[in-house]
Design a binder for this molecule. Structure first.
Ligand SMILES: [Zn+2]
Length: 201
């Protein structure tokens, strides 16, 4: 924990995307990150949630060991942690995946604050399956936008974007691949039928 230099900046609530990318030593610019997905609302939302520097949106970013990224909501605040070894387009995908969780968290809890009962039974009270599906869908879309030809994206043994997919098969293949990943990966084991718990159980 002592090696976690982000703790030195605990007073900084929000880190601008460019600052996050610089500190994680990504070899891509913010324009490169966002431009390819600028016409995809879900992917763009995963980046935009980090907001502008000093915007009081309650998101802080830190580092972690282990998996590429993690998002935790507590008491109106979201903490996104990223592995330091994640770079380049992999960092972009992880940022937007975790940013999607952050946006889903903030969206739901804002609604719950307004009307807890309605929010609890409403569509924003997403299941673990729905949340992770959206996170991996965004990663797949970013891979498609940034590496449209001759590339694939393998997440833990599951190819969730493959440039050889035919145009009219992309959405079906993407859904099937992410469903397989979520069903078979030990830390998830979520399916549409067994979707885990909701943000507010
Ligand atoms: Zn996730």
């Amino acid at each position: 924990m002592s090696e976690d230099r982000w703790h030195d900046h605990a007073d900084i609530e929000v880190r601008q995307l460019s600052q996050i990318v610089t500190e994680y030593n990504a070899k891509i610019s913010i324009a490169q990150l966002i431009q390819p997905v600028s016409n995809d609302a879900l992917a763009l939302r995963g980046f935009n949630v980090y907001g502008a520097e000093n915007a009081a949106n309650g998101i802080s970013v830190g580092s972690q060991t282990g998996s590429a990224g993690h998002t935790k909501y507590h008491d109106d605040k979201v903490k996104v942690t990223l592995a330091k070894g994640v770079k380049g387009w992999s960092l972009a995908g992880t940022l937007a995946h975790e940013g999607t969780h952050a946006a889903d968290d903030l969206e739901f809890w804002a609604a719950a604050k307004n009307d807890r009962k309605a929010a609890r039974s409403g569509p924003l009270n997403r299941t673990d399956y729905e949340q992770e599906f959206r996170g991996y869908k965004v990663e797949s879309i970013i891979a498609q936008a940034t590496h449209p030809k001759g590339r694939y994206l393998n997440k833990g043994g599951y190819v969730i974007w493959d440039a050889t997919w035919k145009a009219d098969e992309i959405e079906n293949n993407r859904t099937a691949a992410i469903n397989e990943l979520l069903a078979k990966t030990p830390i998830y084991q979520y399916t549409p039928e067994q979707p885990g718990s909701r943000l507010l159980p």
